[in-house]
Design a protein around this ligand. Structure first.
Ligand SMILES: [Cu+2]
Length: 462
C-alpha cells in the first residue's frame, strides 16, 4: 500500500516538474525485406518497419514527436522530414545514421498538413528508389469529419518479370523511370479499392515519391477540390478535373461522392497500363444530406510588396556532359550490396548545375533568420535533345510562389517544391525560421545526385 502511495506521489511530483506534453513515440527499424507489389510478385526493398511505404507517422498539430530506431541496413542513411519546419539538427541531412547504428529525433510539429519522410543520404536516388519513404501526416481539427481520409503515395519501379531490379531506365531518357507504378507500394490489382457511398466526402492526400516520374491523376466522373498544396492550406481552394504532382509534391483534395451505387470509377495517371489505378466502388445507402466540407480556408499570407522586390538571388539551372564524384560512386556502392542496381540511364555522363557548379561546390545562399528572401530559379536547361524541367525543393521553409515566367499565379500559391519548366523562370519568396544549413535541390533525384543542389545558410545575424 505504502509502495503504491509513494509511486503516486512520485508520479504527481513528476507531472508538477515536467509540464504535460502530448508526445507521439514512434519506433522505426530500417531493414531489407522482400516486398510484394501484387499477389505473387515481390522485389527486394529497403524499408522503414518492413513495409513500403514505411510506417505512416500520423500526429496532430502542436504535438511533440519522438522517433527512435535502428538502422539494420548494410549502408549509412539519414531521414529528411520533407516539408516540416523544425530545428536544423533534427533534420536528416545534418546527421548521418551509420549502418547498424541507433538514432533518435525529437521535435514539435508546427503546421497541419500532408508531409512525408525519406532518406536524404547520397546517392539519394538509390535509397529512395529502394523504398525508403513513408507518409508524415499532421491532422488538422475537422479532418475527422471526412467520410474517409486516404493517403496515396505514388512511386514507380524498374523491374524484370521476376521482380529483379533492372539497371537504367524504362524510358529513353537519362533519368530513372519505372515500368511498374504503385500506390502505397502496390500495383494493379494489388491496390485495394476505396469503398464509397453517395453523398460522402472523401479526403485524398497525394504524395509523389517517384524519383523522376511526374504523375497527372484523374478520377472518372469526379472532380478534385484542392485544399492544400505541399501541406499548405489554401486561402482559395479550387476545383479541377486533374491534379499533377512532380517528384516531392503533395496535394490534398476533396472528392464529393456523386457517383452511383453499383458503379466503379477509376483514379489513374496518364499511364494506367503501368498499374497506377485505384478503384472507387460505390456500395450501400446514400448519405443524406451530403457531407459538407470541414475545410476552413485561412486568410492570405502573401508577403506585402513582394511582387516589386527584385530577387536577392538568381539560381540558373543547367546541365553539362561531365561525370561528378557522387554519380561515379553511386554504382559501385550499390553493386557491392548485390542489387545490380544503377542510377538511371546515362546519368553517369551528366552533371546538373546551379550557376554552373555542382554540389558541394555550388555557392550557398546566405540569409538572415526572419528576413524575407526572394529567389529566382531560371531553368536554362534547354539545349539539344534533352530539355528538362526541374522540380526545386527547399528544406526548412515553405515559399510563396510570387511569379511564373513573370506572371503572377492565378491564385495564392505556397509550396516547398515547385516545377521550373525548361526555358522558364519562377520567383519564390520565403522566410527561414530556423538557423542552420538547409538544402535546396532538384527533386528529380538523378539531378540532385548529379549536383543540382546548394545550401541556404540561415544565421541569426548576417
Ligand atoms: Cu532536375
Amino acid at each position: 500500500m505504502n509502495g503504491i502511495k509513494t509511486s503516486l506521489v512520485a508520479a504527481m511530483l513528476f507531472l508538477l516538474i515536467n509540464p504535460v506534453v502530448l508526445a507521439a513515440d514512434i519506433k522505426l527499424e530500417l531493414k531489407e525485406i522482400d516486398w510484394e507489389l501484387k499477389n505473387g510478385f515481390s522485389t527486394r526493398v529497403w524499408s522503414y518497419n518492413g513495409s513500403v511505404p514505411g510506417t505512416p507517422i500520423i500526429v496532430t498539430v502542436g504535438e511533440r514527436v519522438i522517433i527512435e530506431g535502428i538502422n539494420h541496413l548494410p549502408v549509412a542513411t539519414n531521414i529528411h522530414w520533407h516539408g516540416l519546419i523544425l530545428p536544423n539538427d533534427q533534420d536528416g541531412p545534418s546527421r548521418t545514421i551509420a549502418a547498424g547504428a541507433p538514432f533518435r529525433y525529437d521535435f514539435i510539429v508546427k503546421e497541419a498538413g500532408t508531409y512525408w519522410y525519406h532518406s536524404h543520404y547520397r546517392p539519394v536516388l538509390t535509397q529512395v528508389d529502394m523504398g525508403l519513404y513513408a507518409p508524415f501526416i499532421v491532422k488538422a481539427p475537422g479532418d475527422e469529419k471526412y467520410s474517409g481520409d486516404h493517403t496515396l503515395i505514388l512511386d514507380d519501379w524498374y523491374l524484370d518479370s521476376t521482380g529483379k531490379r533492372l539497371p537504367g531506365t524504362a524510358r529513353g531518357d537519362m533519368e530513372r523511370y519505372g515500368n511498374i507504378e504503385t500506390v502505397n507500394g502496390k500495383t494493379a490489382d494489388g491496390i485495394p479499392p476505396i469503398i464509397v457511398r453517395p453523398g460522402e466526402l472523401h479526403k485524398l492526400r497525394l504524395i509523389n515519391a517517384s524519383t523522376a516520374a511526374y504523375h497527372t491523376l484523374r478520377l472518372d466522373g469526379h472532380r478534385f477540390r484542392v485544399t492544400h498544396t505541399d501541406g499548405h492550406a489554401l486561402s482559395k481552394p479550387y476545383i479541377t478535373e486533374s491534379v499533377s504532382l512532380v517528384p516531392g509534391e503533395r496535394i490534398d483534395a476533396e472528392i464529393a461522392a456523386t457517383g452511383e451505387v453499383g458503379q466503379t470509377y477509376r483514379l489513374s495517371n496518364e499511364r494506367p497500363e503501368l498499374g497506377m489505378t485505384v478503384l472507387f466502388k460505390y456500395e450501400g445507402e446514400a448519405v443524406v444530406p451530403p457531407i459538407s466540407s470541414p475545410f476552413v480556408a485561412p486568410s492570405s499570407r502573401e508577403f506585402p510588396g513582394i511582387d516589386n522586390k527584385s530577387p536577392d538571388f538568381l539560381l540558373e539551372l543547367n546541365s553539362s556532359g561531365k561525370m561528378n564524384e557522387v554519380t561515379k560512386n553511386a554504382m559501385p556502392g550499390v553493386q557491392h550490396q548485390g542489387h545490380d542496381m544503377q542510377p538511371g540511364g546515362e546519368m553517369g555522363d551528366m552533371q546538373w548545375t546551379i550557376n554552373g557548379k555542382t554540389f558541394p561546390d555550388t555557392e550557398p545562399l546566405k540569409v538572415q533568420v526572419g528576413e524575407v528572401v526572394k529567389v529566382r530559379f531560371w531553368n536554362k536547361d534547354t539545349r539539344g535533345m534533352h530539355p528538362m524541367d526541374h522540380p526545386i525543393h527547399v528544406h526548412g521553409a515553405k515559399f510563396q510562389v510570387v511569379s511564373q515566367n513573370g506572371q503572377k499565379p492565378e491564385r495564392e500559391m505556397w509550396k516547398d517544391t515547385i516545377n521550373v519548366p525548361a526555358g522558364q523562370y519562377v520567383d519564390v519568396a520565403f522566410v527561414m525560421e530556423e538557423k542552420g544549413e538547409w538544402m535546396l535541390h532538384c527533386h528529380i533525384l538523378d539531378h540532385e545526385d548529379g549536383g543540382m543542389m546548394t545550401l541556404i545558410i540561415a544565421r541569426p545575424d548576417k
